[in-house]
Design a protein around this ligand. Structure first.
Ligand SMILES: Cc1cc2nc3c(=O)[nH]c(=O)nc-3n(C[C@H](O)[C@H](O)[C@H](O)COP(=O)(O)OP(=O)(O)OC[C@H]3O[C@@H](n4cnc5c(N)ncnc54)[C@H](O)[C@@H]3O)c2cc1C
Length: 697
């Protein structure tokens, strides 16, 4: 199959046992799990995969995108097939990881010459063009279809689903009384090509949400405004070579835009720096923190010591009635970050410490609190101290007389950042990034336990931690920061720093300096906010009364629960919840729209880490098969989980929470210390939270 492949007959109305809406990595993974689990003796299933973008690659990994757009994760860190590390009660190892696939095509060649060329020189630590990963995913889907054969027949439809509505006979159909489970009427899916599919079950794997409809016209009618979105979709051709561009945001989208406006316009990087093509605009970067994200620390296999967010402590915190991230979690997290930082200070700068033994003792013996703070301050001279606020806002307290002065400071900052990210001795700054990444499984358990207050989730997780974690540990490959240094030296890029409150482009750190841009680019992805008025299937589902926004209980007594931005699903199996809190039997969702029920969903799977990604898609596949395949000796219309009744959440620890011990409760794996990859993209804040630097990808 290729991108333009799969011309299918298009009857006005087709039927299928199941539809998977969205053919990116998660849609593909749901199919892979279905095929892996389908019994050789069970009935044949017909599954339709729907996406307006080429199947497999989908929108993010579309093979038509510019070659300058690179992955943010190393070759070795990506797979769409679960390997032996993934603890499932179903077959794994059904296909190659990305690295294995590249090794195969380096020898055997590939019809995608760009992929073959990359494979010929890339090692496991290289960063592939996104479209090369797209070729891997297209091949993966082809393999899965072949493995499915006649047992799980996978058809592909190139279209967008406009709506999912209950078909006659389904419990949600106005014409139907009672409930008939998976064997009932199922769902009617309207596609944007005017055709419809009726399926007994549907899975939404639709990925990143579109931006809500804008409330106003944007910065100014006279200034070109490119709002946040997929990097490949920015209308950058509208920006003239001599334009002044204000690039808002310093995350991964910003680095993509920089690549498109420089390399994409014919510029060249080499060991001497950047050679412009003359078609670049002048780019002013502004971010809330002042500077773009740090270079990613990619030292394979490196670990830092931890002592505070232990599995026991995490379990105890997760079992509390109510949790406040800032008050209950951050002190322990900070203690682990201190341990990681000062462990490297002890290793690399012990000579500069007045009493290294004191520091060693205080680090592990003293719990979070004033005594610990005092002891650390006494044991470490100021230049070597961990100051999280200074790291979060490196321009704090600094003022510059002229943009060039700020540029000089920035050049030094970038050099130091590159040195730290690439130093094999793991200096403290790099150890901090590793520690933040290492804490993620524990934090995921806590953030998704269901007892976090809505206020804390919005303020502490969306408003602070996600942004901070991305800033220090989820940045671009070092190569991109090296290129940024060259662009600064070539005068193509300059730093504005944060802007003064209430202004669009007046620098808060350079005296009397304001940029008058011809174009403003918002370099971030829209956040996950299913409750906002905007386009997309998930929002339509809610508007049609089939789903509801996910909410967390408020800390304030008697106050209404607060939305997280996610679509509400039953956490253990992804079944979408109706507005009344009951779950659909045959309507599931996976991935990014669930950010808030799950955490760090804007992410692929990393080999060797028992990745959550597969537990999520495997569970959905398992539940689908359970419903679609009659148990031995059961009459076909008794399939599913009970006729004539709705599924209510099973006995739970507390309302709105998963069961205490579901057979494959994801959190059970999370507390087991499973290694977790970093998050390349984090959605921005939900309704009422304007996108901020904190929440950019
Ligand atoms: C620009 C960008 C770069 C990224 N880089 C990395 C990286 O380097 N490494 C990494 O691990 N992760 C990266 N990510 C995160 C990325 O989200 C995941 O890696 C992965 O693609 C998520 O898979 P998914 O299938 O859940 O969502 P997606 O990949 O977003 O796929 C969802 C699919 O659903 C389709 N769809 C949407 N609406 C409909 C509809 N109504 N009907 C039918 N189909 C629909 C879309 O067209 C899309 O193809 C990146 C994300 C972005 C946006």
């Amino acid at each position: 199959m290729n991108d333009s492949a799969a011309p299918q007959p298009r009857p006005a109305r087709a039927t299928a046992d199941a539809v998977v809406l969205g053919a990116g990595p998660r849609g593909v993974s749901v199919l892979e799990r279905l095929v892996a689990r389908a019994s050789a003796t069970g009935p044949a299933l017909r599954v339709t995969l729907v996406d307006p973008y080429p199947p497999g690659a989908g929108r993010v990994w579309w093979r038509g995108q510019p070659p300058q757009l690179l992955m943010n994760t190393m070759v070795a860190d990506n797979t769409v097939f679960p390997d032996e590390s993934v603890r499932l009660d179903a077959p794994v190892g059904t296909g190659p990881t990305f690295a294995e696939w590249l090794r195969d095509i380096a020898v055997g060649g590939h019809r995608d010459s760009a992929a073959a060329e990359f494979a010929a020189y890339a090692d496991d630590r290289a960063y592939a063009p996104r479209r090369v990963y797209g070729s891997y995913l297209v091949d993966a889907l082809e393999r899965i279809r072949a493995l499915g054969g006649g047992r799980v027949r996978i058809e592909v439809r190139t279209a967008a689903a406009r709506s999912v509505t209950p078909a006659p006979g389904s419990p949600d159909s106005p014409k139907t009384a009672g409930y008939s489970g998976l064997s009932g009427g199922g769902y009617d899916i309207a596609l944007d090509d005017g055709t419809r599919i009726t399926a007994r079950a549907a899975v939404l794997a639709t990925g990143h949400l579109e931006a809500p409809y804008p409330a106003s016209a944007g910065p100014s009618a006279k200034v070109l405004h490119l709002p946040g979105g997929h990097p490949a979709d920015y209308a950058l051709d509208a920006i003239a070579p001599d334009a002044d561009v204000l690039l808002r945001g310093g995350g991964l989208n910003a680095f993509d835009v920089l690549a498109l406006l420089t390399l994409g316009r014919g510029g060249r990087f080499d060991e001497h720096g950047y050679t412009p093509s003359g078609r670049e605009p002048r780019i002013w970067i502004t971010t809330r923190r002042g500077v773009p994200f740090h270079a990613r620390v990619d030292t394979p296999g490196v670990r830092v010591p931890t002592a505070f967010l232990t599995p026991e402590r995490v379990a105890a915190l997760a079992a509390r009635e109510r949790l406040d991230f800032h008050a209950d979690v951050v002190p322990w997290l900070t203690a682990d970050l201190e341990l990681a930082w000062y462990d490297r200070v002890l290793a690399l700068h012990a000579d500069a410490l007045p009493a290294p033994e004191e520091l060693r003792r205080a680090l592990t013996a003293l719990p979070p609190g004033p005594d610990r703070g005092d002891a650390l301050r006494a044991a470490v001279p100021e230049p070597l101290r961990l100051d999280l606020d200074a790291i979060a806002e490196p321009l704090r307290g600094r003022r510059f007389a002229h943009p060039a002065e700020l540029g000089d400071w920035w050049a030094g900052h970038l050099d130091a950042d590159l040195a730290a990210a690439t130093d094999p001795h793991l200096p403290p700054r790099a150890a901090l990034a590793v520690a933040v990444r290492q804490a993620r499984p524990a934090l995921r358990t806590l953030i998704t336990a269901g007892n976090l207050s809505g206020e804390s989730y919005r303020r502490d997780v969306l408003g602070w931690f996600n942004g901070f974690a991305n800033f220090v540990s989820g940045g671009p490959p070092a190569l991109r920061v090296r290129q940024l240094c060259a662009l600064l030296a070539a005068g193509v890029v300059a730093l504005l720093g944060p802007v003064r409150p209430g202004t669009r482009s007046a620098s808060a750190v350079v005296e009397d300096f304001t940029v008058r841009p011809d174009a403003v680019i918002d370099a971030w992805l829209p956040g996950t906010d299913v409750g906002a008025d905007g386009p997309g299937l998930v929002r339509r589902l809610i508007a049609d009364g089939l789903g509801r926004p996910h909410r967390l209980p408020a800390a304030a007594p008697g106050a209404a629960p607060l939305p997280t931005g996610a679509l509400d699903v039953r956490a253990r199996d992804g079944r979408i919840k109706r507005p009344d809190g009951t779950v659909h039997d045959a309507l599931f969702a996976v991935g990014v729209p669930l950010e808030g029920v799950r955490w760090t969903t804007a992410i692929g799977a990393r080999p060797g880490t028992d990745a959550d990604f597969f537990h999520e898609t495997d569970r959905v596949a398992q539940e689908l098969l359970r419903g679609l395949t009659p148990p031995p000796h059961a009459p076909a219309d008794a399939v599913g989980s009970g006729t004539g009744r709705r599924h209510h959440e099973r006995a739970a620890v507390r309302p709105d929470r998963g069961p205490a011990h579901p057979p494959h409760d994801a959190t059970a794996h999370q507390t087991s210390g499973r290694e977790e990859r970093d998050m390349p993209r984090t959605p921005a804040a939900p309704a009422g939270h304007p996108p901020t630097e904190e929440s950019q990808p």
